[in-house]
Design a protein around this ligand. Structure first.
Ligand code: KIV
Length: 282
């Protein structure tokens, strides 16, 4: 089997789109593999979609590792990439190596870090230590409070050039791929055309080498907000709500559980049981 680096590079060379999904648990990972998704990211977006935090800044290494292990148990052939959460790689090289190693030991084939040229030396050190790294530029949720909030990037020329330089610096540092999050389609296209490694877009137009969406967004399971780029391929919130209401109604009206969903004794054993009960002194 090819390594994650070889697989991603080959896809770009052959002009085949890479389809990624951010998902976080055993059942969703099983389904993603059945659907032949190329690679799964256990993203720190789980802070909001699954754990109900206000932002991705609140999720810890301990929590991320639990989800990484769950997804890893489901996957046989799909590449698993783990997102390094806030402050797991910003506190120095040694800490970053230790934390990245924890993900690799739990089944991840690579880690993803947010940041541009300023983290290039760190990326190089991780790659030199044998850990494949995916970059992530554009809208960076871990830095949103510092760098312009949740607005899309690459609207004006200076910012576009900065993003371009970030991508080049990360490629030179050894990343095998870069996520482009919420970058204008023009800039994403230009970055994609100028890199050897594939770009994976989310909200960055159609010209990236691959795409990633969050499981809960594309299935309509996350209703707190919906970015412009999210396409809902299903509305599972509605389906689940209907199912839960039916369950409640049926219990209240003695419809569930019916005979089909109940266990039974044989008539003979039931008769014996009634006899025993009648002799039983209470
Ligand atoms: O955490 C996440 O799900 C991500 C993707 C949006 C790329 O980083």
């Amino acid at each position: 089997m090819d390594s994650i680096n070889e697989t991603f590079l080959k896809a770009k060379e052959e002009g085949r789109k890479i389809v990624m999904l951010a998902c976080y648990d055993y059942p969703s990972a099983l389904m993603a593999e059945k659907a032949s998704i190329d690679s799964i990211l256990v993203g720190d977006s789980l802070a909001m979609t699954v754990l109900g935090y206000d932002s991705t800044l609140q999720v810890s290494m301990r929590e991320m590792l639990i989800f990484c292990e769950a997804v890893s148990r489901a996957l046989k052939r799909t590449f698993l990439i783990a997102d390094m959460p806030f402050l797991s790689y910003q506190l120095g090289l040694e800490k970053a190596l230790e934390n990245a190693g924890k993900f690799i030991r739990r089944g991840a084939k690579a880690v993803k870090l947010e940041g541009g040229k300023e983290i290039a030396p760190l990326v190089k050190a991780l790659v030199d230590a044998g850990i494949p790294v995916m970059g992530h530029i554009g809208l960076l949720p871990q830095y949103a409070y510092l760098k312009g909030g949740f607005k899309y990037k690459g609207r004006e020329a200076r910012e576009a050039l900065n993003l371009f330089e970030d991508a080049i610096a990360l490629e030179r540092a050894g990343v095998f791929s870069i996520v482009l999050e919420a970058i204008s389609a023009e800039v994403a296209k230009s970055i994609t055309e100028n890199l050897k490694v594939p770009t994976i877009g989310i909200g960055s137009g159609p010209n990236c080498d691959g795409q990633i969406l969050v499981f809960h967004d594309l299935l309509g399971l996350f209703e707190r907000f919906k970015p412009k780029y999210v396409k809902q391929y299903a509305n599972l919130s509605e389906t689940i709500l209907k199912a839960l209401s039916s369950y409640r109604e049926e219990v209240l009206n003695n419809i569930y559980p019916d005979d089909e969903h109940s266990y039974h004794m044989s008539d003979d054993e039931y008769r014996k049981f009634l006899e025993l009960l009648s002799k039983n002194e209470r």
